[in-house]
Ligand binder design. Structure first.
Ligand code: ZN
Length: 453
């Protein structure tokens, strides 16, 4: 079949702005959208079949937004169940190989645009399905047969999205059983380097890819299926810091694959040397200095956070592969991790979360904390947040009461002298019985006093 458009990796970075857009599929204006990959038995697949349930592009109005489902079914003798997530994540990559088509995000949150130019050339979803089948089969030869269904029908999409969400949940639950300690290998993902060239996503059993679509199991399956692809194994190497989650092997790979831009990476802290953020992360954590706590906001929440900035602006500050202290892109699933920001106090440090996100991970919030974490109903600015936390006796309130006494100052001076003027914050904090941020407060005070430079 002759396609009326070109395909190839050269189109990957292509952005379609509103003025150049013919239609939008999925995205923030429509509620129901999702993509899903399923592994099937060989006789269940009609190789090369493309079906469109609902209007195709030709029946859509210019400038409109439509519900969108992409359903990929594959079979292959060597395919294992953990490959479903991997195949599904590749939908993003291969859709972007299509000239005039843009695909953002993943899972239940896809956002696609078709350009006016592509429409003029005769683009439709039937062709697009053919292009995807061609790309998948050439890039992932272990796929033997494949069929694609697009869903644009208002009614059909509802059931499809519900089913997709159930599948994601089952997959994530399978991955939760493992820990970082019991494996020797982690996995890296470089898929987002097309727009965030220094970003290296580290996937461990207790830290999913930031986009929330590749678990450790899926990372492993991906490297087996496509050793030349964007995922590869990392020997975790020596454990340098068990609390922060720093591994020699991870540092080495991050440094190499970011061209020396990032030299160290803490897997479980947003301070010091945090994991870099790409651009497709599901949510992000942001430090709120006024309350010494951490807020979390997810992509779908478009209002301002209590610091007066919405998700989009926070995302712009940290995205693109930068290592940004105090703002960290992450998967929503990461909030279920036993190691969730453990170096920063974990859940005890979380002070604000949109109620929709809070509901989604309700069962992961430790007992006694649920009522103490504010949502947009409780706090919309710093003052109301402070008042709420105080009223609920949130654990961060204890941090506010920390006082830099003369005794503490003297203790620190003595310690610095004993160490010949050179101290390591982590060791010093331990030695003095302080947390690292308490230590920072004492150091700051000594600076103000002119005792330290
Ligand atoms: Zn990403």
């Amino acid at each position: 079949m002759e396609l009326p458009f070109d395909i190839g990796p050269q189109y990957e970075g292509e952005r379609i702005r509103k003025e150049d857009m013919y239609v939008e599929l999925g995205g923030p204006k429509v509620k129901a959208k999702a993509e899903l990959a399923k592994l099937r038995k060989t006789d269940e697949i009609e190789d090369g079949r493309v079906e469109v349930k609902g209007p195709d592009i030709g029946e859509m109005k210019e400038g409109g937004s439509y519900p969108f489902g992409i359903f990929v079914e594959v079979t292959g003798e060597k395919l294992e169940e953990d490959m479903e997530g991997v195949v599904e994540r590749r939908i993003h990559e291969y859709c972007n190989f299509i000239e005039g088509f843009m695909h953002l995000n993943q899972r239940y949150d896809i956002w696609c645009r078709l350009s006016k130019g592509a429409h003029a050339k005769g683009f439709n979803l039937k062709y697009m399905g053919q292009a995807l089948i061609k790309l998948f089969k050439s890039e992932l030869p272990i796929i033997e047969k494949m069929q694609v269904t697009f869903i644009t029908d208002e009614k059909e999409i509802e059931g499809f999205v519900d089913n997709a969400k159930k599948t994601y949940e089952d997959r994530d639950a399978r991955a939760r059983a493992l820990s970082e300690e019991e494996v020797d290998e982690f996995y890296a993902c470089l898929m987002c380097q097309s727009f965030a060239p220094t970003h290296v996503c580290i996937i461990t059993p207790e830290k999913m890819s930031l986009c929330g679509s590749i678990s450790w199991l899926e990372g492993r399956a991906a490297t087996r299926a496509d050793p030349e692809g964007t995922n590869f194994p990392i020997q975790k190497g020596e454990l340098l810091d068990a609390i922060k989650g720093e591994y020699a092997g991870v540092n080495e790979v991050v440094s190499e694959k970011s061209d020396g831009e990032t030299e160290r990476c803490y897997l479980h802290s947003m301070f010091g040397y945090p994991h870099t953020s790409c651009g497709c992360f599901e949510s992000l954590a942001f430090y709120i200095p006024e309350v010494d706590g951490i807020g979390v906001v997810h992509r779908e929440y478009s209002e301002d956070t209590p610091i007066g900035i919405p998700f989009s602006r926070l995302a712009a500050q940290t995205g693109g592969g930068r290592q940004e202290e105090g703002i960290l892109g992450m998967a929503i699933e990461y909030m279920r991790s036993r190691k969730f920001l453990q170096a920063d106090g974990g859940w005890e440090r979380i002070v604000w979360l949109p109620k929709d996100a809070k509901k989604r991970i309700e069962d992961a919030i430790p007992e006694g904390l649920h009522e103490r974490i504010a949502t947009e109903d409780d706090a919309t600015d710093i003052d109301s947040l402070k008042a709420f936390l105080q009223k609920k006796a949130h654990p961060v309130v204890q941090r506010w009461e920390f006082e830099v006494t003369e005794e503490l100052k003297n203790k620190l001076i003595a310690y610095i002298e004993q160490q010949d003027g050179e101290i390591y914050p982590e060791e010093a904090a331990k030695e003095l019985g302080l947390s690292e941020d308490q230590l920072t407060k004492v150091i700051d005070r000594l600076r103000e006093d002119g005792i330290l430079e």
